[in-house]
Design a protein around this ligand. Structure first.
Ligand code: AMP
Ligand code: GLY
Length: 434
């Protein structure tokens, strides 16, 4: 079978890498891809938003399965368009993608079906929202309704910051149409985790748990980014909590979507806050997480294409995936200045040396070939990833590898996985003292 992967990040590199191991796959294309993906797939110069271009390509190349990385084409209805033309494509349709493309839609579903999430109010108007925050006088989270590439959320403890957030959304139209309506939520406290599952519309099969690091600097300081690193599994999500998340959150939302006539087939990602009162939903995404996928897929022993096809045939009942018990960590190497402005075209050195390293994977994000060399071409450049017998071993391997790579003004977090490590050490101390 020929497979087309849509997207150009390290998530898509990890997907292409895993798909290339499937016994069912003969050839992989990636649109538009990057320098790393180009080493295992044929790159096609079509943008993810160009749904007609992708459709024409898939029809002419007789693509057997299309896998979509980013949310934009999903929300724009790529799945509906492909299905109408008889093409097999993995992902939710436009209606079901509203779980990510409208935070208000997602909240309303959660409220209607009693899925645990932060308390919220919806506002369409600056004055009313301002009156609400002035009255509330407590930490709040202000969110634009629509897709904002991960930048539409303001976590504000102080009234001054809340006023500023409202002003930038409503008065300065920071997010345009996506910020026409907003949510104001109670601020939840706890540890975050990402739970990613595959759904066939009725049944689910869960991927391993993981944890992202959204802030740009160590100790969770600085602005939010697309994600600076991830690890899997997330020790905070023990077996009991995982089951709770499946039973109280994931399965109810899949059932809810069925009832709402927006059958959910594809990947569902739940961003979870583990609160004192139990797990609560922060957000739903309708796609694989980035960088979570880079830390999850090296642990997946099963064939990813098989499970995607099983989902499309509604055959996930009693389906199970096999996992490598080892830990996996991904550290993102970013361009100087990211998540703000940055320069491109910096030569990346050290990549050849690490090709032979065992259990190390370098997933490319913003890279391209220029004059025979790999150069930077985006904010997040590489996702350096390693497996280890436990989190400590994976961390040591991943940071050793990071030390071998360089480009001008490269920056990365030095504390990826620290929380998991602390938890593991605390647990050991506890066991010793018993
Ligand atoms: P979202 O895109 O909705 O997941 O929000 C991005 C990030 O903002 C999350 O990963 C959290 O760190 C934070 N966040 C979102 N909603 C809340 C909330 N209700 N309470 C605390 N933090 C939140
Ligand atoms: N890691 C966050 C996201 O994929 O949205």
């Amino acid at each position: 079978m020929k497979v087309l992967v849509v997207g150009s990040g390290a998530r898509e590199h990890a997907l292409v890498w895993k798909i290339s191991q499937s016994r069912l796959v003969k050839k992989i294309y990636c649109a538009p891809g990057n320098a790393g993906i180009g080493q295992i797939a044929e790159l096609v110069d079509i943008k993810p938003e160009d749904i007609n271009g992708l459709l024409e390509f898939a029809l002419s190349e007789r693509i057997g399965l299309t896998v979509v990385g980013p949310e934009a084409p999903l929300s724009a209805g790529i799945v509906d368009v492909f299905k109408e033309r008889g093409l097999r494509i993995f992902g939710p349709g436009k209606n079901a993608s509203a779980l990510e493309s409208s935070k208000i839609f997602a909240k309303k579903i959660m409220k209607k079906y009693r899925i645990p999430t932060a308390e919220f109010e919806v506002f369409f108007d600056y004055e009313q929202a301002l009156a609400f925050v002035k009255d509330a006088r407590r930490p709040l989270v202000i969110k634009a309704d629509g897709l904002c590439a991960g930048k539409g959320v303001f976590v504000c403890d102080e009234l001054e910051d809340q006023e500023q957030a409202l002003s930038s959304i409503f008065k300065e139209s920071l997010f345009g149409e996506a910020g026409r309506n907003i949510l104001i939520e109670e601020k939840l406290d706890g540890e975050e985790a990402s739970i990613i599952v595959i759904s066939d519309g009725k049944n689910i099969v869960s991927m391993a748990s993981s944890q992202d690091h959204k802030r740009v600097f160590d100790n969770d300081e600085g602005p939010n980014t697309g994600g600076m690193g991830a690890y899997s599994p997330a020790p905070a999500v023990n077996r009991k909590i995982f089951k709770q998340i499946e039973e109280k959150i994931i399965i109810p939302v899949i059932r809810a979507m069925e009832k709402e006539r927006a059958l959910y087939c594809g990947v569902l990602y739940a961003g979870i806050m583990l609160t004192q009162e139990g797990p609560k939903v922060l957000e739903f995404n309708v796609r694989f997480g980035d960088p979570e996928t880079q830390a999850i897929l090296p642990r997946l022993k099963s064939d990813l294409v098989e499970v995607m096809l099983a989902a499309l045939e509604q055959k996930l009942k009693n389906y199970s995936l096999e996992w490598d018990n080892r830990a996996c960590v991904c550290v993102v190497l970013a361009s100087g200045g990211y998540p703000g402005g940055y320069e491109k075209g910096k030569k990346i050195t050290g990549l050849e040396k690490i090709k032979s390293l065992k259990d190390v994977f370098v997933f490319h994000s913003g890279t391209k070939f220029k004059g025979g060399e790999v150069v930077t071409d985006g904010g997040r450049v590489l996702g350096v990833t390693a497996l280890g017998k436990d989190i400590k071993a994976a961390l040591s391997r991943v940071y050793n590898t990071v030390g071998m790579i360089n480009f001008e003004k490269m920056h990365y977090r030095k504390d990826i996985g620290r929380r998991a490590l602390v938890r593991r050490n605390d647990f050991r101390k506890l066991k010793r003292s018993k």
